[in-house]
Design a protein around this ligand. Structure first.
Ligand code: PAF
Length: 276
């Protein structure tokens, strides 16, 4: 008889999560998500499965990380579809309601991300990274994973979460999964689907600017080139210290190069770790 794949358990309360977690032997990896699972999440799950004996996926749309006027209410939620996608691939899905996560309403104590959370993407989303850091700290404390997986596409989030873990001495290893790129260098993103064929070609300029920095171009030169690319409106192109997100010289290594730009109606972000 063929062996049957163990099914995934769904839990929605902290107490049930703790109970299941306590019964797990060996190493545990966490994949933290806001649901609406797609191929990018499945790639994280795949990596997590390679490294750990058990995988716990959290599925929670966190109100703390949405600012006023952002799309918290409209954010897509489809737990059934999410469960169908990861069934048999993860041991457990933790999908709490807002009341379960924040029983007293908005918490009084938050994890503050300071300067790291107010630059780059934080400029247009004040408080966003404090909301992320607060919920991730709670989820890590509940799940107690050995490893926690995040996509490198959100490089600022990864840098901040690494800092949260080191500054608060949380016993977890943050693993970032590399950006998946198309053959022309464009970073895969669900937003690419909103680009016309012409805009999709114009979007190549973003990764080209990052690769130019990797090859030793000055930031000013790479930015001028990007700004002169047809259809591209640059928001920022910057090189920062990966541990602090403070700007560094473009020749500094290791460094993190980040870009955000509008191509047609779509705002795209991309980044590249600049190795020595
Ligand atoms: O990247 C996300 O999906 C969210 O910011 C996270 C890390 C799950 C926290 O809500």
């Amino acid at each position: 008889m063929p062996e049957s794949t163990p099914r995934t358990t769904l839990v929605t309360t902290k107490s049930a999560l703790r109970e299941h977690r306590a019964a797990m032997d060996g190493t545990v990896a966490a994949v933290l998500t806001m649901g609406s699972l797609h191929a990018g999440h499945l790639a994280l799950v795949e990596r997590a499965r390679e490294l750990a004996d058990h995988v716990i996926l959290t599925d929670f749309v966190n109100p703390l990380q949405f600012g006023p006027g952002e799309d918290y209410e409209a954010y897509p939620r489809d737990l059934e579809a999410d469960l169908a996608l990861v069934d048999g691939l993860v041991d457990l899905v933790f999908a709490p309601g807002v009341e379960e996560m924040y029983p007293g309403g908005t918490p009084r104590v938050w994890v503050r991300t300071g300067e790291m959370g107010s630059v780059l993407e934080g400029t247009s989303r004040p408080g966003h990274f404090d909301g992320v850091a607060t919920v991730v700290t709670k989820l890590l404390s509940l799940v107690r994973p050995d490893h926690a997986y995040f996509g490198q596409k959100d490089a600022q989030q990864v840098a901040i979460l690494r800092r949260v873990v080191s500054d608060l001495d949380l016993p977890v290893d943050i693993v970032s999964a590399p950006i998946v790129r198309a053959a022309d260098g464009v970073a895969e993103s669900s937003r690419n689907a909103r680009l016309s064929a012409a805009e999709r070609e114009q979007a190549v300029a973003l990764s080209q600017a990052l690769f130019a920095l990797q090859d030793g171009a000055s930031r000013e030169k790479a930015e001028a080139q990007l700004a002169s690319s047809p259809g591209v409106t640059v928001d920022y192109l910057t090189v920062v210290d990966p541990a602090t997100l403070e700007p560094v010289d473009a020749q500094h290594r290791p460094a993190l190069a980040l870009v955000a730009a509008h191509v047609g109606p779509v705002r795209l972000i991309d980044n590249l770790v600049l190795e020595a």
